[in-house]
Design a protein around this ligand. Structure first.
Ligand code: NAP
Length: 314
């Protein structure tokens, strides 16, 4: 372990982590940001972000994150590629055990986000990544030109994925387990009225077919009211059924709820049960989960960190 102690280590490079880096960098704290397996977080897999304030024409998600990274770098942020495997938050300074060795820090901001969930049906795991099952239309949609595909889910993500896929696919089945969408009205209206999108209501996936052929050939769905099973022939399945918070490495040290989300102290969105350790973004927010709310939490965590270090000798 190195003898050096960081002022503040920020774990995660999504909207929350990088906003915290801009603020703590600007406060001269020289933050160290640890970037894991998905630099830039979820926004890098979004094509157009239409609701980030200040961009009336929308903004490309990748570009937004790239700009935020440049802004953080400008204020003295350092980046290191390292995945946190476990922590010792009883130690002072705090210890983070990472894939790149141990790091000690006076204060820590955890902004590890959330990862896409999968359904767990047979065929999904075997055909995931390059064989027809994916969680990112922006990344993989262009491979499905003139083919039939399905999107699973009924939220904003599912609608967004389905609408994006209409640019390439000949037909998009939007398979949802209920008969109304959870998505916002504007997204739901766009999806349900699109001529290339066919709604498959009240249906859950039972299996994804094509394992023997090494590529998706169809999806078997069950109607939840009649129990009837149907096989829909298609080439791609885009899973958009929500997310799971990336909190496992910290779960023994910090309070989490039954779904794994960090639970902040009463009266704060970002303060945890460990002094000097703060959380921000989707890993601690199962309600709003927006880029702008993640950025706002990153800002709060940075200001709290600055105050905490000032009081406790940063
Ligand atoms: P979400 O809102 O949690 O929706 C998940 C969907 O998947 C729900 O419709 C849910 O069904 C379904 N689902 C969950 N588990 C399932 C399972 N095992 N099998 C089948 N279906 C299952 O997640 P999201 O769509 O990823 O959105 C997350 C947040 O990001 C939301 O706050 C959303 O507004 C926001 N977002 C916004 C935009 C935008 O504004 N452009 C774009 C994307 C995301 P039920 O409805 O029955 O629960």
């Amino acid at each position: 372990m190195s003898d050096s102690v960081e002022n503040v280590v920020i774990v995660g490079t999504g909207c929350a982590g990088l906003t915290a880096a801009v603020y703590t960098g600007r406060a001269n704290l020289s933050p160290l940001v640890l970037e894991g397996s998905m630099p830039g977080g979820q926004l890098t897999t979004t094509s157009e972000v239409e609701n980030f304030p200040g961009f009336p024409e929308g903004v490309d998600g990748f570009m937004l994150m790239d700009n935020l990274r440049k802004q953080a770098t400008k204020f003295g942020t350092r980046f290191r590629s390292a995945v946190v495997e476990s922590v010792d938050f009883t130690a002072s300074p705090r210890v983070l055990r990472t894939s790149d060795g141990e790091i000690r820090a006076r204060a820590v901001i955890i902004a590890t986000g959330a990862s896409p969930r999968l359904t767990g049906v047979p065929g999904e795991k075997e055909l995931y990544g390059g064989k027809g099952v994916t969680t990112c239309a922006t990344c993989d949609g262009a491979f499905y030109r003139n083919m039939d595909v399905a999107v699973l889910g009924g939220g904003d993500s599912a609608c967004e994925e389905a609408l994006f896929l209409t640019r390439f696919a000949s037909k998009v089945y939007l398979i949802h387990r209920r008969d109304t969408l959870r998505a916002s009205k504007i997204m739901a209206d766009r999806a349900t009225s699109h001529p290339k999108i066919q709604m498959v209501w009240d249906s859950v996936p039972v299996a994804i077919e094509g394992v023997a052929q090494g590529g998706v050939s169809g999806i078997r769905v069950r109607h939840v009211k009649t129990q009837a099973e149907t096989l829909i022939p298609l080439k791609g399945v885009f899973v958009a059924i929500g997310h799971q918070p990336n909190t496992a490495a910290f779960a023994t040290a910090l309070r989490t709820d039954e779904n794994g989300y960090f639970v902040p102290e009463t009266g704060s969105q970002v303060r945890t049960n460990v002094p000097g350790v703060f959380v921000a973004g989707d890993c601690a927010d199962h309600v709003y989960r927006q880029a702008i709310t993640a950025a706002g939490m990153g800002c709060q965590a940075a200001i709290e960190t600055e105050r905490w270090l000032a009081e406790h000798g940063g």
